[in-house]
Design a protein around this ligand. Sequence first.
Ligand SMILES: [Zn+2]
Ligand SMILES: [Zn+2]
Length: 337
Amino acid sequence: MIEGVKSERPQREDRNAILANCPVMPRILGKVVFGKIGNVETEKIILYYGFTPIADPEAVRLWQRTLCETLDLKGRILISKDGINGTLGGEMNAVKTYVRQTKQYPGFKKIDFKWAEGTGEDFPRLRIRVRDELVAFGAPGEIKVDEHGVIGGGVHLKPKQLHALVQERGDDVVFFDGRNAYEAAIGRFKDAVVPDVKTTREFVGEINSGKFDHLKDKAVVTYCTGGIRCEVLSSLMKSRGFNEVYQLDGGIVRYGTEYGDKGLWKGSLYVFDERINIEFSDETEIIGRCERCDAPTSRYSNCVNLDCRKLILLCPPCAKDAINRDCLPSHAGYGSG
Ligand SMILES: [Zn+2]
Ligand SMILES: [Zn+2]
């Protein structure tokens, strides 16, 4: 625990007033960067996960909550007996302090914290929860972890190693999207196999169905947003007879940081916060299609039914018409995770 660190920064409204009147305000694409996006100069987001045995997840939750509240960080942390997964935003120095403190826990020492542009304002609040599974595949008993991470997972490939593999093996390499189908609808790797899943929970059924058995002797590269889902998915695939399974280290986030839109990735990246989707450059190809008129779009709207909130991919003109966001029977079964 740390004590005595108290944020001295001005209230949000004051800061916005200060920033709005500042002649050297950072600007992105002609838009003034403050308020919702925050001050990109001094605020950052981190994404991270670590698989390691945690004897007392509840104690770790209390420690993390105190730490985040003291540092005024916002975001979301999940903790299970198998590890921790978090996305946090706040002042850069506060985030650095968080990283230093979190690494004090022996099992978290080796965690790879990924830094991204953004602010605590991208997250409405701080949520820290203990769950049975870090990623909800519905197979909590199947995954085993030790101090090195998930036992029996796919081989980690850094972006450069991925390119070397594709160079060497060509069509023998198959990308396997480890995300939900709606995420892949707006962005995915070249010629990727996209399983028909609405939630991560449906992966086990999809893999067991046999429809991907023809990939069992291919070089399968699983990928997801930041890498965590592939830690579990690659292990589940290997134990079901996929012989050569790799996982993209650091996920699409790290790949995009290195290659932007000039590599094997195409389109926008769906993210689970208020940004909804991000692009790696201003040359991003729009590969999503409006569900109503087929126009290119990467923008999801929510179903107006508050109990449903299914994501509907709509172009800006179609999104303006509320009738296009009405609830339909086909929305049943969607989840946001
Ligand atoms: Zn449309
Ligand atoms: Zn609906």
